[in-house]
Design a protein. Sequence first.
Length: 624
Amino acid sequence: MKITRRLKNTFILALVPLLVITTIFSIIFFHRKVSQILRSTVLTSLTEVQELYKITLKEQFDDQFSMLEAQARYFEDTNLDDEEELKRIISSTKGIGAFKKVAVANERGVCTNYTGESLSNITTKSYFKNTFLTMQPQVSDKIELDDNLQPSLTLTYPLKMNNKIKAMIIGTLPYKALQNQFSLSLFSGQNYFYIISHDGNIILSNREKNKSLYNIDIYEYLMKNSKDSDAEIMEMHKDIIRGNSGFIDFKGLDTDKIFAYSPLGMNEWYIISVIPSSYINDQKVAFSNMVLKLLLEIALSIGILIFLMGSLLRRNSSVEKDNERLTIATHQNQALIFEYDIQKKLIEFSGDTGFILGTDKKTLSPELAKTEYFKRVHEDDNSVLELLQDSISGKNSDFLGEFRYLNFNNEYIWVRMTGSLIYKEDLSPAKFIGSINNVNAQMVHEQELKSIAEIDSLTTLLNKSAMQKHTSEYLTEKKEDALCALFMLDLDNFKMVNDTLGHMAGDMAIKDAAKKLSLIFSEKDYISRFGGDEFCILLRVNENIGEETFMRLVNEKAQNLCLFLQEKYFDEKNSVDVSASVGIALCPKNGKTYDELFTCADEALYRVKQKGKNGYQIGDEGCK
């Protein structure tokens, strides 16, 4: 009997590390799979966007060629050597389609416009030669400047007589008219494209709305703006010469990007779509954070299970007491996770459902949720239900809502619900997964903070005096070995935002920064705005995680600040790039009081500003 029991105990204990190893490998596999799926989805979307652009451009040129063809009929029986008759016919072509200018060119390259004026000889132009050689309509392979030095594209249509070309109709299409056809903003406005000729000359780009980019060799242009992607650029060059499609990863001076290229199907042109690699990473981070939150809940459950298993193995008298304490702790936590299967129309819960449903049931139909439980939401907070429905239907994939809920003790409590939409491979909604937490105590506490004027009115963060008070109290009361760090942060170029774009844009930049700080740091950290564009954060680590792990955490937070606070603000005429400079002081290395840490972090921030801004520095022992 003892041997059998020993074998059982050994088996159970061996199962624990196996579960841990399986979980670690599952997470690694999950991250790789998510990256592959997101990358494949983005490349597929880029291909579809390119097809849309191809159709749009072809339709536009077909329309313009149709207009030139209609004009060509006027000249079928015209004596092109009779200048008066030629002028009379040409004058009727004024103002057709999107053309800025229409003219007739004879086989000697002499051009006459609709006013009868003679224009420059075009015999050296490739589109002139190609029209006579192919007897087909042509488009110039470069952007040219018209008489007013405005960029334009030239279209030609042959005038035939007895199966020979005697002249051609020439239409000048303004560059702006072509650019306006491709003003569509996709992928959160981060996608842009180039149209290039077969030899790499840029015909058109919509990278910047108010700036024209043309007649530049794209390969030279990319190499000048490349960090280490010459081989990839040459690979794309070879593919384009061979008429192939493909994509490359481009490491630019500003950011890494993905280039997808394919033939445009006309004039031997190519279309190159560009999207920052960070777009995929942002999508992966958002998705991974949601799943990580779910995994943490699962890990908590596994931890509780391991604890119970250990208790059973010891078979001591404290088992019942431990279980009672665990039950009380779970009940007091009042937190649960849920999964709504949209196809099955079923909601499944995990955790304490009593404070929401009044019972310990674990499944619920969405119809019952709407009829029985949605009505318990405070009438002033009903707008949160509309936002929830928008997230489930796919209008907004992520959801965060705080609302008052009438519990089964007939008391309104504050509840926080978070959730994210999970999609199938065909991008249709599959499941909505989230959590529900009782945050009544936290909300009451926040209201108390506001009532004693500790909140910055613009950002709802702590103000300067509140930050100093809470930080000083924490440093006085914390354990001797508890680690923490004080971050001082300035927004680079913030004054330029106010001066160039106005104070409303400045307020928006401050609010954006505050929201990002709240995402980067946790609820237990102190986050404050000192005024203007200055922020101060105290990173608190209550657990004894070790100095090495703590330093990795500090560096990770600092890197995220520099990454996520980089933003471009713009109006119709101007744009300003905003970044962050960060100084950091460590406790107890750089000081043990608020004043010591503040002085050290401020000195580190000053050194970052001297080095050119947009970075971070950790104070050394000398600043203590």
